[in-house]
Write a protein of this length. Structure first.
Length: 303
């Protein structure tokens, strides 16, 4: 480490140096889901950590919040995720649990396109560990259309992946109203639901949106799988100071100097890694090796 506290070894060497023998091999972990997320989560945790996923039967995770709105989410995505994990642990009697929570809306940096935030948490009650990873899912079919009949949606349906991706149909009352049908994957069901919704709506149109529940949304399921691999790798990384599981990035430090004026840009300068147990932290350079930022990212040169 230099006097500035920035790591100089490569990310690959860093990963190899802190990779640990999994203390979880051969054990079971609960996964709180009623939407088939084990299809995305089981393999990453088995391959990286030797953990076998157990899904508690008949676990009502929708009680903590549902995409369809029948039960609004009360806390943040992270709070709900942790509550789900603990719910699964209680249902199975296992001291280790995983859960995932997603939210969708405008992209945080490019508001005119949609995006999702996926959160996944791992709780080890025996070690008093809580490890969380988050990703920005820029590939999503989130959105909606208002229409009177299926014919009005012919150009839109392929863009949201229908029928391999399910749809939800609601009434329209100054925005999305009552759910008429969900998990819709056929034209006949879609048409019937739209007729019913249109008849009950103030506008005479149905509100149609992608079903964002994982078992009806292969695009979201792929994001969850990628997040599961990231979290499993994080759990399998040992802290260089205390050897606890969960060593990994917790944020970034800005800003990378502008190539024109040298002032801080909006791009980050380095990545901060931290332990999930002790206070040890380290900073490392950007993985792409970038030393300066284009002037287009500079508030001084491109206000």
């Amino acid at each position: 480490m230099t006097h500035a506290g920035v790591l100089q070894d490569s990310p690959r060497a860093k990963s190899q140096r802190h990779r640990m023998t999994s203390p979880y091999r051969g054990r079971h972990v609960s996964l709180a889901t009623r939407h088939g997320k084990e299809r995305a989560v089981a393999r990453p945790f088995r391959r990286a950590l030797g953990l076998e996923v157990v899904v508690p039967p008949e676990l009502d995770t929708d009680a903590l919040g549902a995409f369809t709105g029948e039960c609004p989410r009360q806390g943040t995505a992270l709070e709900t995720c942790l509550s789900k994990a603990r719910l699964g642990m209680a249902a199975t009697g296992l001291p280790i649990g995983i859960a995932n929570e997603g939210s969708f809306g405008p992209h945080p940096f490019v508001p005119f396109i949609p995006a999702g935030i996926e959160v996944m948490s791992f709780i080890d009650a025996e070690r008093e560990l809580v490890i969380t990873e988050t990703i920005l899912a820029e590939r999503t079919n989130y959105g909606h259309r208002e229409a009177r009949c299926v014919a009005d949606l012919q150009a839109w349906l392929p863009t949201v992946g229908f029928p391999s991706h399910g749809l939800i149909v609601r009434t329209t009352h100054d925005g999305p109203g009552t759910v008429i049908g969900k998990g819709i994957t056929s034209i006949d069901r879609l048409s019937a639901a739209m007729v019913q919704a249109s008849a009950q709506s103030d506008t005479g149109r149905a509100w149609v949106e992608p079903d964002m529940r994982a078992h009806f949304n292969p695009t979201r399921m792929a994001s969850i799988r990628g997040l599961a691999f990231r979290l499993a790798r994080r759990i399998g990384s040992a802290c260089p100071a205390c050897a606890a599981p969960g060593w990994g990035p917790i944020g970034t430090l800005g800003g990378l100097p502008c190539e024109e004026c040298g002032e801080p840009s909006t791009l980050f300068r380095c990545e901060r890694l931290a332990c999930s147990v002790c206070a040890h932290r380290e900073d490392r350079p950007r993985r792409d090796g970038l030393q300066t930022a284009s002037a287009r990212y500079c508030p001084q040169c491109n206000p």
